[in-house]
Design a protein around this ligand. Structure first.
Ligand code: NAP
Length: 278
């Protein structure tokens, strides 16, 4: 018998095969008794218009957007929330009375992850990278920090990012990512966020271990491996560490809330995901 009331949600992007989002969202729909299913769909930029037309036709309730479509999708949406508009990236879309509304929950994920570790108001932070994850981090930091150093391999991108985010209530200091600048920024910062992919292989870290210290919070966006070399080095130095799975879970929890009105228990969700991936 067909389940005619089944609601459909999707993840679009490329690649999507290894994403943990279907595992997370289908678990949440089951756990909260919502008659819905979440599918990954490999979509490239040229297919965006057609896929959105089909989503509208079949009444898709919402979808997540991942690389490389987070910015490309902006022009196809009917409305954006303030953060998506400022960051110029969307990772969550809700179909509200046939209008597709874009949200960015990545920055809220960063903020919730920091809150989980009781990182409250701070003076200075450092972000490594100047891509999408860095932008979301800086937006989150603008709520709790006065100043942020942005260190990037391509210095011009760090400068461009400062311009793009100029309306935020935070001083952004762009720097080239090199050892001297890293040392200077970390000496001044209470928190550092790695928003580069460095660490996805087990032996690399974006920060030499000698620069890590006890009174530093170290957050890594990389979540495979869960304990990166950066986080292991930080633990050895006595620092407090926040792994990338927190952000993955909290940005998903926020998307689930946008769609259903329910903010799930993130500790149970983390236990479930850890059980599935380790
Ligand atoms: P992105 O837009 O492609 O940006 C990548 C950034 O990393 C760029 O600033 C790039 O510098 C820098 N970078 C890359 N390789 C580098 C290297 N070998 N040395 C120095 N800098 C390097 O990517 P993104 O979307 O921001 O994602 C960044 C990382 O965060 C990825 O690993 C992603 O998986 C992770 N992430 C995790 C979550 C989560 O939920 N935990 C969410 C979002 C992203 P250039 O400008 O010089 O190229």
């Amino acid at each position: 018998m067909h389940n005619i009331n089944l609601m459909r949600y999707f993840l679009i992007g490329d690649p999507v095969e290894h994403s943990l989002s279907p595992l997370i969202m289908n678990y949440l729909f089951r756990k909260y008794g919502i008659n819905a299913i979440y599918h990954p769909a490999r979509v490239i930029e040229d297919e965006l218009m057609d896929i959105l037309t089909s989503f509208r036709e079949i009444g898709v309730r919402g979808f997540n957007v991942t690389m490389p479509l987070k910015t490309a999708i902006l022009r196809f949406l009917d409305d954006l929330d303030d953060s998506a508009y400022t960051i110029k990236a969307v990772n969550t879309v809700k179909n509200i009375d046939e209008a597709l509304v874009g949200y960015n929950t990545d920055w809220i994920g960063v903020l919730r992850s920091l809150e989980t570790y009781r990182v409250g108001d701070i003076d200075t932070a450092a972000v490594l990278g100047a891509g999408g994850a860095a932008k979301a981090s800086i937006y989150a930091l603008s709520k709790i920090s006065g100043k942020v150093y942005v260190l990037n391999r391509t210095y011009e991108k760090a400068i461009a990012l400062k311009k793009k985010l100029r309306e935020l209530d935070i001083e952004i200091v762009p720097l080239r990512y090199n050892i001297n600048n890293l040392e200077m920024a970390l000496n001044d910062a209470e928190l550092v966020i790695n928003a580069t992919p460095i660490g996805m292989n087990k032996w690399e870290s974006p920060i030499p271990s000698r620069l890590l210290r006890e009174d530093l919070y170290v957050m890594d966006m990389v979540y495979r491996p869960l304990k990166t070399k950066l986080l292991n080095d930080a633990l050895d130095a006595g620092a407090r560490v926040i792994d990338g799975l927190w952000m993955l879970i909290t940005q998903a929890a926020e998307a689930f809330k946008i769609w259903t009105g329910i903010y799930p228990d993130i500790y149970r969700l983390r236990r479930f995901v850890l059980g599935e991936i380790t």
